[in-house]
Design a protein around this ligand. Structure first.
Ligand code: AMP
Length: 370
């Protein structure tokens, strides 16, 4: 099939790389030919409001998917009139609005932090009265990697908080004193079959994912079951086709849902080497109507993101269990330029080589810092 991917980032690139061995040809819809996915597949260049470019794109593919959730809804709905778009617009609508998203969690019986919609100063103060402090104020839309949010600790922090986020529709959430962050990925096929990956543990630095450990350590059977049930109910409720990611907080052994991403996800990158079927292959299988395959893990994995600087390539490649993925992006502070997955049967080997990778990454950052 010819698979159209909206967005030319690294997720689109890894989707295209996974689609090729299945016999599919990908076409990337990107704003510029310099984007990472354009180096590995054909592309149609244009903006998301360029109807001519979108029509050319729709005419050149059999199915469309997207690699980020901030695709304008109008573009997706316009395409959907000509070609199947999977996942559908509903997944996009729910995932791109934090209030809609958390309301959906609540309706499905999935626990979250307390939350209130915030539209102006009065509703912010009302929300703080209801939820208490500390709390987190986030924009409803377009937030990512910790951007578009502020922690409010005291009453004084309320002054100017909404304005600092651009006075846009927002959400106030209770601050969760979690012990750790987890995520679970699930995939739903066109015929409704669901497969899930095991829970993984994530560590962020400066609001950006730094490290994923698969499987997450110390996960009880009930916790695993609860996470699987949550992602399965979301996949079904959204009539989602493709991969869906759910980010969770683990607070005292109880799960609180934070957000979903209606797409392949950074916390699933480990699966390229660390699972029988990678999240990218799983997504392509689902959206093209193929059956799903095993999502079981292969051994133990740690994924380390390369952020802001590309480390010494030769040092990374010298490590026998480290798999380096570079996205072809110019390094800039805070920009994800690649990732490394350390995968082995034996957790001790993974631990040792992870320390080596972290040392190499730190060295690159120190060189950059001068
Ligand atoms: P988000 O953009 O919602 O993924 O938030 C980015 C990061 O901020 C999360 O990965 C958490 O580390 C932290 N965070 C988000 N929401 C909360 C909350 N309600 N309580 C405490 N920390 C939070």
């Amino acid at each position: 099939m010819r698979v159209g991917i909206l967005g030319g980032g690294q997720l689109g690139r890894m989707l295209a790389l996974a689609a090729a061995p299945l016999g599919h040809e990908c076409v990337i819809f990107a704003q510029s030919g310099d984007e990472p996915a354009c180096a590995v597949a054909r592309s149609v260049l244009g903006a998301f409001d360029d109807d001519d470019a979108l029509a050319r794109f729709a005419g050149s593919v059999d199915v469309v998917t997207y690699e980020f959730e901030n695709v304008p809804l109008a573009a997706v709905e316009g395409l959907a009139a000509h070609v199947p778009v999977r996942p559908g617009a509903r997944s996009l609508v729910v995932a791109s609005d934090r209030v809609h998203e958390k309301t959906t969690f609540r309706e499905l019986g999935i626990a979250t932090a307390p939350f209130r919609a915030v539209d102006d100063e009065a509703s912010l103060r009302e929300a703080v009265r209801a939820i208490g402090l500390p709390a987190v104020l986030k924009t409803r839309r377009l937030g990512y990697d910790g951007k578009g949010q502020r922690v409010l600790r005291t009453e004084a922090d309320l002054d100017g908080a909404l304005a600092s986020l651009g006075s846009v529709p927002s959400i106030l959430e209770g601050f969760v004193s979690f012990q750790r962050e987890l995520s679970i990925l699930g995939v739903r096929a066109l015929d409704g079959t669901i497969a899930t990956y095991p829970l993984v543990e994530n560590v962020h630095r400066d609001g950006i994912l730094f490290r994923t450990t698969a499987p997450a350590p110390h996960v009880s059977a009930p916790l695993a079951d609860e996470a699987r049930a949550a992602i399965a109910s979301l996949l079904t409720e959204l009539d989602h086709v493709g991969v869906l990611a759910l980010e969770l907080f683990d607070r005292d052994g109880a799960l609180l849902a934070n957000e979903i991403a209606p797409r392949v996800h950074n916390t699933g990158h480990f699966s390229i080497e660390g699972a029988h079927t990678s999240q990218f292959e799983a997504h392509i299988r689902a959206i093209t109507g193929d059956p799903l395959a095993s999502t079981a893990l292969r051994g133990h994995s740690v994924m380390i993101n390369l952020v802001g600087a590309i480390p010494a390539r030769a040092s990374l490649l010298a490590l026998p269990h480290a798999h380096t993925h570079l996205y072809g992006k110019a390094p800039r502070p805070g920009r994800k330029v690649g990732h490394v997955t350390i995968n082995a049967d034996d957790p001790e080997t993974v631990r040792t080589e992870t320390s080596d990778v972290i040392a190499i990454v730190a060295q690159a950052r120190d060189i950059l810092a001068g």
